[in-house]
Design a protein around this ligand. Structure first.
Ligand SMILES: [Zn+2]
Length: 211
């Protein structure tokens, strides 16, 4: 008989990581703007954040209408927000400017999908933009070796906290992601595990982003 789906994330036990997700009491609220193509994807790392973080909103959409319908404007008026996405005038999260930010907007999608969200929502460009000057090496290796500077969404949020609230223990996020990777690798054909070191497929859901 098939095993029941997880009641928390709705995934099969072979891919669910809820049991290893420990609570992370983050001080800064994180708002994930998730592209619809990432929803429910078994490789996506946002579900690690959903099971661990105490202050998190996940808004799924692409257009300004979809985000405002989920209350984004109210969230943005509550406190000072910053956008984690590299752009021409972005500042390093490692700089003092990041100390002014109380909540973070983080895009979840392939590079192209994330750029599309920004293109369709020029209001986000009014927010102060930030990038990582010295990101750590990624531990997310499901299909191809990540290039330097590329992080999964869970890793990006973990590093964000490392810089902005260093007393918060982010290890639970990385540990849960490690389990997610182990479970996914059990389903990846061998020729995909070792094949190449090219750039990740830009359309591959769950691929990595330069923040
Ligand atoms: Zn689950």
């Amino acid at each position: 008989m098939a095993r029941a789906l997880c009641t928390r994330c709705g995934l099969h036990p072979n891919t669910c990581v809820c049991e290893v997700c420990e609570q992370v009491d983050n001080r800064h609220r994180v708002i994930i703007l998730q592209h619809p193509s990432e929803v429910g994807h078994s490789k996506g790392t946002v579900r690690v954040l959903q099971q661990c973080l105490t202050r998190l909103e996940v808004l799924v959409g692409e257009s300004p209408e979809s985000f405002s319908g989920q209350g984004l404007e109210r969230l943005l008026t509550e406190t000072r927000s910053g956008l984690l996405f590299p752009c021409a005038d972005s500042q390093p999260v490692e700089s003092n400017a990041a100390a002014q930010i109380d909540q973070w907007l983080v895009l979840d999608g392939t590079w192209r999908k994330a750029a599309k969200i920004l293109h369709l929502n020029p209001q986000f460009r009014q927010l102060p933009c930030f990038h990582f000057a010295e990101p750590p090496a990624s531990r997310y290796r499901i299909r191809k070796a990540p290039k330097a500077g590329q992080l999964s969404t869970a890793e990006a949020v973990a590093y964000l906290f490392t810089l902005t609230e260093p007393t918060t223990d982010t290890e639970p996020l990385l540990r849960a992601q490690d389990v997610l990777i182990r479970k996914r690798l059990a389903f990846v054909p061998d020729h995909h595990k070792t094949k190449d070191h090219e750039a990740p497929d830009p359309e591959l859901p769950g691929s990595l982003t330069n923040y």
